[in-house]
Design a protein around this ligand. Sequence first.
Ligand SMILES: NC(=O)c1ccc[n+]([C@@H]2O[C@H](COP(=O)([O-])OP(=O)(O)OC[C@H]3O[C@@H](n4cnc5c(N)ncnc54)[C@H](O)[C@@H]3O)[C@@H](O)[C@H]2O)c1
Length: 254
Amino acid sequence: MRLEGKLAVVTAAASGMGRAGVERFVREGAKVAAIDINPDALAALVAEFGADKVSAHVADLSSAEDARRSIHEAAEALGGIDILWAHAGMPGPASVEDLDLEAFDRTIALNVTSAALGAGTAAPYMRKRGGGAIVFTASISGLVGSMMSPIYSAAKWGVVGLTKSLALAMAADGIRVNVVCPGLADTPMKQGFTGRSGDPAEAAANEAKLVAAVPMGRLVQPGEVADAALWLVSDEASFVTGVAIPVDGGFTAR
Ligand SMILES: NC(=O)c1ccc[n+]([C@@H]2O[C@H](COP(=O)([O-])OP(=O)(O)OC[C@H]3O[C@@H](n4cnc5c(N)ncnc54)[C@H](O)[C@@H]3O)[C@@H](O)[C@H]2O)c1
């Protein structure tokens, strides 16, 4: 097993890619603290994997207080932290015209601030255990521009910058910091990018347009991103830090 005895925290853990990460981390021998805003989905996660493997921590990670508290709670439940997959994020506004500043702030808070606070709160626990591994989730929109999601793109470029900076700052402590950059993924959040108008035909057309731009011609599956995160936190990636890995069927290869 690749994560035997490891203590892992996953945020936005109750659905999609985060959930696939919990499944893989548990399968590979880790104990997992799952953080999410949805208590019912968290309870289902614990029921599926067992309370001896997964603990549940409800938090609204767009709140700085919750972001810090939930990591401390997770560390207490696990008895320390070796691994953090700070996966939380949201699409945010579609345009800068008539920009809703509250929505702007919430987008930055969930995508960037929660990642920084998660890493900052987890790092001292990792140092106590002699090192660790942090993975963030950005997006293809953190590597190239996004026509449909400008604020999201700004936030995810921020997450990529945070990754590289923290990789430099934390290397001496044996903490590796990397980021996965998925293309449009087959999860509930997909609708937040393609279906903002609420019109299903428009959502389908937007999805078709995005998929047509993917050389491999399809959406990314949650498990494909979780597999990349698993590799990054495992010892197989022991000399890998500061990298942004696209999981995008070649979208950013041009
Ligand atoms: N789905 C995509 O197309 C796509 C593509 C690239 C990157 N991403 C990134 O992946 C991450 C999540 O995406 P997913 O597709 O796995 O999503 P998902 O919709 O399957 O799951 C999102 C999870 O986040 C939780 N959540 C929502 N708001 C929260 C908050 N304020 N505090 C704590 N938890 C909250 C939800 O309850 C849910 O369990 C985000 O960082 C997103 O930006 C998604």
